[in-house]
Design a binder for this molecule. Structure first.
Ligand code: FEO
Length: 393
């Protein structure tokens, strides 16, 4: 079912209510793959959808025009949630030319046989007139793939922002003023933490380029279209892309026989003694990596604890270490803690990992054998208090 952004520009994408895992991003609220159709003297499709939903895209397009009327298909991003359907739709659009950059062609070739497609490559800053509307191509490399670009339509003050400013939510609403802003910002933050975070410098470059454009609507490839709260989402992107952290302590732990859990609880109690600091306790085996990354993204301090299993951290904690390292999350201060039995290793591994990711330990890790005694729990409370004070500074 199409929705109109303007009388001549329509949303023709797909709402995926059932997706729960997007290459390990837990999409508890589903997702959308937004595609847009501009009906001008020339007709242009902006982006497509995931391959299984190609027929839905074609059906939506045909509510507006017959398939032989499409002149251009703009591919802003070659990732398969937006470009996967091209292999199905391009052969059905007899008069369409694919418009993208050279790096995009290279990536598309890796996924499909594109030898029969008409392709027009564009350079950064190139324009393409459709009649009443003009497409301006703005390259945004590494936001978040090398070929990523955005398409700006000055006549509408409209930016097709590809993954930028997106959120993974399925909804019947298409615009930001139709859903609560706080909810949208939280979902945009989850998206940013898990997809875009490593590329803050490139996001800054994009924001600088966007500042030179008059923009009244941002139409991303996922989630709602921003037409009311542009200031709010741009402000958040400015904050997130400059790696701004909050007075917040996140305590991440996994436990075998509740000893490490008792230590985590004591650290939490220590943080709570410091006014003005938010404390979050997360059992990593009961929490998705997606939620953990979102919580850690703007935390100044993180405590990490694990029981030792076969001389290493628990497998879920190892997964957290791997995921957080890849996202390059900017924690300033940390502490390792954990319990062990006859063999140790988890806390030592965490301590070595802190050096690798350049998180600064506030002091010695807190360790115990079998069960934490009163002295160990007091050390945990003290560590929590120090972390809380560091978080507030
Ligand atoms: Fe939504 Fe990077 O694809």
């Amino acid at each position: 079912m199409r929705t109109s952004l303007f009388p001549d520009i329509h949303w023709v994408g797909y709402v995926d209510w059932n997706i729960r895992d997007f290459h390990s991003y837990k999409t508890f609220r589903g997702a959308t793959y937004n595609a847009y159709l501009i009906q001008d003297e020339k007709v242009a499709l902006i982006d497509s959808v995931k391959k299984p939903f190609a027929a839905n895209l074609l059906e939506n397009i045909q509510e507006c025009v017959s398939l032989d009327k499409i002149d251009y298909v703009v591919c802003n991003h070659a990732e398969q949630d937006h470009a996967g359907a091209l292999a199905v739709i391009m052969p059905q659009l007899p008069n369409a030319t694919l418009v993208c950059n050279a790096r995009c062609v290279d990536a598309l070739k890796g996924y499909a046989d594109i030898s029969g497609w008409k392709i027009q490559t564009v350079a950064n800053g190139d324009t393409l007139s459709l009649g009443q509307n003009t497409l301006h191509f703005l390259f945004t490399p590494m936001v978040h793939w090398p070929e990523s670009m955005m398409t700006y339509v000055p006549e509408k003050k409209l930016l097709f922002s590809m993954d930028g400013f997106g959120q993974h939510i399925a909804s019947s609403e298409r615009f930001d003023d139709e859903l609560p802003l706080e909810f949208l910002i939280e979902e945009a933050k989850t998206y940013y933490a898990n997809i875009v975070y490593p590329y803050g410098r490139q996001v800054q470059t994009t924001l600088e380029a966007a500042a030179g454009l008059e923009i009244q609507m941002i139409a991303p490839s996922h989630g709602v279209i921003w037409r009311k709260n542009l200031g709010a989402i741009l402000e958040q992107y400015q904050k997130w892309s400059t790696r701004t952290v909050e007075p917040k302590v996140v305590i991440l732990y996994d436990t075998m026989w509740e000893s490490t859990e008792q230590m985590a609880q004591a650290i939490y109690e220590g943080v709570l003694t410091v006014p003005g600091v938010t404390a979050t306790l997360m059992h990593v085996r009961k929490t998705s990596l997606t939620q953990i990354a979102t919580a850690v993204m703007d935390a100044r301090c993180v405590a990490m604890g694990s029981a030792t299993l076969n001389t290493l951290p628990m497998p879920t904690m190892a997964a957290v270490m791997n995921y957080v390292q890849g996202l390059r999350l900017p924690v300033e201060f940390t502490v390792a803690f954990g319990s062990h039995g006859w063999g140790r290793g988890a806390v030592e591994e965490l301590t070595a990992w802190f050096a690798k990711v350049q998180w600064n330990p506030i002091g010695e890790p807190v360790k115990c054998k079998w069960r934490p005694d009163a002295e160990t729990l007091e050390k945990c409370r003290n560590a929590g208090q120090v972390l809380g004070e560091k978080a507030r500074s």
